[in-house]
Write a protein that binds this ligand. Sequence first.
Ligand code: HEM
Length: 521
Amino acid sequence: MALMILPLIGSVSVSESLVALTAVCLVYLILKVFQTKIPEGLRQLPGPKPLPIIGNVLEVGNKPYLSLTAMRKRYGNVFQIQIGMRPVVVLSGYETVRQALIKQGDDFAGRPDLHSFRYISDGKSLAFSTDEAGVWRARRKLAYSALRSFSTLEGTTPEYSCVLEEHICKEGEYLVKQLNTVMKVDGSFDPFRHIVVSVANVICGMCFGRRYDHNDQELLNLVNVSDEFNQVVGSGNPADFIPLLQFLPNPTMKKFVSINDRFNKFVQKIVSEHYSTFDKDNIRDITDALIDHCEDRKLDENSNVQVSDEKIVSIVNDLFGAGFDTVSTALSWSVMYLVAYPEIQERLYQELKVKVGLDCTPRLSDRPNLPFLEAFILEIFRHSSFLPFTIPHCTTKNTSLNGYFIPKDTCVFINQWQVNHDPELWKDPSSFNPDRFLSTDGNEVNRLEGEKVLAFGLGKRRCIGEVIARNEVFLFLAVIVQKMQFHAIPGEPLNMTPEYGLTMKHRRCHLRATMRARIEQ
Ligand code: HEM
């Protein structure tokens, strides 16, 4: 999940623009009359001058993480742009982002009321909706505790420390077999296509108590839906920024609604099956646990925050949706970097060979013994910054930051990409160098350096799946690097340029892999 917006001006028609022009004049006049006064001692936000209707979209362009990083050089860590008719405050710089999201966390914990957000999970999304603070907090707590209890449950056999480890090890081993088979049949494979099914199976196991075959059409359709979702929201919905367009025919919006509809139907079908087979004495997965919570809550007369059953059960949409796209993207990028840096791939393999051996599958308990793999993962998050922005935030009251006044209900973008490539924070930020995260003897990860990488947001809205995600990326990578060696197809150069979207992905491509021979020991 990430920046949902930033419209491409090309998708607005002439008639839409004319109507919007009239509207903009009216709104401009109204805004002038009611403009909030800047309190004494505070300054007005700096930023580029906006054009009527379109604001600064031309300067922002289709790589906003780069253009907004460049603007920061001119306007500083807190500045304002206008997207369409909506003012947006852009935050950069590690200390400024920490100040806003941690020290002034409550002021910046809201979500903007964007038209398109109303279609995600039928407007009941935990991550995207404008739930009032008490409701959002109660749902977030519930989601967090469901995730925690269903990932730390005991595995089906004592060989696994927990069910999360069991799911990842089994799916990782299955992925290796699958890639080996595809290599034998086709001679190459599309990494994302296979990784996404393996990762989806881990979160499906926890949320729905089921897994899908790598050729299951229902799941593959859903994965494609998520790919389209990413593309549509990445290019933006003009109606989010020029409100009048909400009432006019809008092809982008139509596609967006249909994509969300297909996703919701997939989850809804599984949830209905759970309702009809629900047994209070046999809670099978997160969906059951949420249904059970609705039942228990009805008995709890002291509960002071009212959250509807629908809003409780729909938490599973967020967990499932957020749980596979992000982790698959991280892993798919990791494989691309392995191929781009063969000497790093070899070092990772040697570390696994020495510290874990080649006869047993790696486990979560191996994490402290594999510092180079940990450093590699941190550098993937930093260098790719595949979630260049957090989900947009919104101010919950009139506030100030670094001496600038920011009114209530202002949309706020957090530029994670800028922090991860800030030359004041990182030596030679554009080079891919996992060693930057290792102690001088190479035996330990430098945790303080690691904490500066922004991938999961910070503070009140920080990702609730972070621990699971980090464990998944670690263990999947350990399993596949131990068993396989990845290469580019000779004569086909690797394209590492990210495609802007909800999560930034590499262009779909084909790679090769060979099994590591066990006799190499
Ligand atoms: C590498 C993997 C992942 C990355 C990089 C990531 C990153 C993020 C980011 C940047 C946010 C927004 C933070 C903000 O608005 O300030 C977020 C929110 C969220 N993430 Fe993740 N995430 C990942 C995996 C997961 C997983 C596995 C789950 C669940 C199983 C998950 C569930 C959520 C939820 C529910 C929210 C919304 C929290 C809220 O609005 O209160 N994420 N994530």
